[in-house]
Design a protein around this ligand. Structure first.
Ligand SMILES: Nc1ncnc2c1ncn2[C@@H]1O[C@H](COP(=O)(O)OP(=O)(O)OP(=O)(O)O)[C@@H](O)[C@H]1O
Length: 262
């Protein structure tokens, strides 16, 4: 059984249909990348999976349990971690206080929490050095580390990351991608939304390309990286022949970043 099984997911904002019939799965221990141009529905997908936005139709199963209309708080408690776009750390709290907030649901298990805190600091030595620093004064890359560390305080079985490399230098980006690999090695499956398609496909086992709210392409990451349509739209390759399944989103619509997000 897949760890995450999404079937026919629809979501909208008033009259705007943001997701139409999205189906995808993530197996235990997998890293799955979600690619797509600006406005393709990637953030809406994560927000709908994590209960922050209400699905209009479809089902989301986490380890066989229906979480489609559960509250965000309950979904976190079931082992689904979410690192939202834009980091959103608690700026007025110290680094360590942010980790405490992340582990709030396990507050009655102090020994387990202490062990997770130790693991987070081992994963992010830079945060360990800054335990007492106010989160709002951390650099962007450090805030991203903290946002990931905070989500890990719940020991998630499954972690959804929304654009973890956004706005980071190439060095920090490489570091974050290494961390994602280590998180997987520690047994957490990852759903990774990224504009940095080249690196995301190198890291991921499989991927899905979203186009105007629909899954336009899916497959093993290596096959996607080799697909002429993906190359043309996301990897800075030569323009592809028109797709029989419709056009893949245009290269000019990637937020003004280079094809690999640098
Ligand atoms: N709060 C909202 N109210 C109305 N429309 C919204 C809202 N949030 C997103 N949308 C619309 O839903 C569609 C999908 O947006 P979404 O943010 O999920 O895309 P995305 O793939 O994450 O884009 P980006 O890469 O630019 O972050 C877009 O057309 C967007 O304008």
């Amino acid at each position: 059984m897949a760890l995450l099984e999404v079937t026919g997911l629809d979501a909208s904002y008033g009259a705007i249909e943001a997701l139409s019939g999205v189906s995808l799965r993530v197996e235990p221990g997998e890293i799955v990348a979600i690619l797509g141009a600006n406005g393709a529905g990637k953030t809406t997908l994560l927000r709908t999976l994590t209960g922050l936005h209400r699905a209009k139709a479809g089902t989301v199963l986490l380890d066989g349990q229906d979480i489609t209309r559960r509250r965000a708080h309950d979904i976190v408690g079931m082992g689904f971690g979410h690192v939202p776009e834009g980091r959103r750390v608690f700026a007025a709290l110290e680094v360590d206080g942010n980790l405490t907030m992340g582990g709030y649901q396990s507050r009655k298990e102090p020994a387990a929490l202490a062990e997770r805190r130790r693991q987070v600091y081992e994963l992010f030595p830079r945060l360990a050095e800054r335990q007492g620093q106010l989160a709002g004064t951390l650099s962007g890359g450090e805030q991203q580390m903290l946002a990931i560390g905070r989500a890990l305080m719940n020991a998630p079985r499954f972690l959804a990351l929304d654009e973890p490399s956004l706005g980071l230098s190439p060095l920090f980006t490489r570091n974050i991608f290494k961390i994602v690999r280590r998180i997987r090695e520690q047994g957490t499956a990852v759903l990774l939304v990224e504009q940095n398609a080249r690196q995301a496909l190198r890291l991921a086992d499989r991927g899905y390309v979203l186009e105007t709210g629909r899954v336009a392409l899916e497959g093993p990451a290596a096959e996607l990286a080799d697909d002429p349509r993906v190359k043309a739209a996301y990897l800075g390759g030569a323009p592809a022949e028109p797709s029989p399944r419709g056009p893949v989103a245009s290269t000019s619509d990637n937020g003004g970043k280079g094809a690999d997000g640098s």
